[in-house]
Design a protein around this ligand. Structure first.
Ligand SMILES: [Zn+2]
Length: 225
């Protein structure tokens, strides 16, 4: 398997490239949380979301960066959700009561988020059929993309999450098929592993992949500046 740094780099670069291609399309802004008419704002968000989303498939591995970060990430999301609720539905009491409400919302949000962050990797590791199975399957990403495309016009936020999970998974697998162990990309239909390079070259597959991604990143950089 490639390192999480390689996956994050490829996610950021390839997502920026896709952002350049689709930035003029009216639905492209639905894929990012902060709407803006400036292309660089859109591409910046594509780069960050691409880097993060390319990490999730390794959540099926207990010692991976994704599963080790899960509790922290979901706890932070819980804090954000809790404080957003307090801001959205402010209490019309004294300032001190509002501060106590906010503090409670942050604590409860963090606790619920941490619990979700523990349960999500555990659930995925239980149902995914082992490391590099369901979380590394193109069929999983196809299903996620279909759900995302259906939801996007109706519930843009949720639809966008599914689209990013599908795209991030696809980019992640590109970084794994270059390694010696390969990926069973058609799981559960087939357990046959796809290897991009023959043995010998695959030992250096991650480095070749990183070099290609850096070259693509330079090309994108020169194209948009
Ligand atoms: Zn992987």
């Amino acid at each position: 398997m490639s390192s999480y740094r390689t996956h994050a780099l490829s996610g950021a670069v390839l997502s920026t490239g896709v952002g350049v291609i689709i930035s003029s399309m009216p639905w492209a802004a639905m894929l990012v949380p902060f709407r803006s008419s400036a292309m660089f704002d859109l591409l910046g968000q594509f780069a960050v979301l691409g880097a993060i989303s390319a990490l999730w498939p390794d959540i099926d591995e207990p010692n991976s960066f994704a599963s080790r970060s899960s509790v922290t990430v979901f706890a932070l999301l819980g804090c954000l959700s809790g404080s957003a609720l307090v801001v959205r539905f402010p209490a019309h009491d004294s300032a001190s009561a509002s501060m106590i409400t906010l503090a409670l919302a942050l604590i409860v949000g963090a606790l619920i988020g941490a619990l979700v962050g523990y349960l999500v990797p555990w659930g995925i590791q239980t149902i995914a059929g082992g490391h590099r199975r369901g979380t590394h399957s193109w069929l999983t990403f196809l299903a996620l993309a279909m759900v995302g495309c259906v939801l996007l016009p109706w519930i843009p936020g949720i639809g966008a999450i599914f689209c990013w999970l599908a795209w991030g998974g696809f980019v992640h697998v590109l970084g794994d098929i270059v390694t010696p162990s390969g990926v069973p990309v058609w799981y559960p239909v087939s357990n046959r592993r796809l290897h991009l390079f023959p043995p010998g070259i695959a030992e250096f597959g991650e480095w070749i992949f990183v070099a290609v991604i850096i070259a693509v990143g330079i090309l994108i950089g020169t194209a948009i500046t």
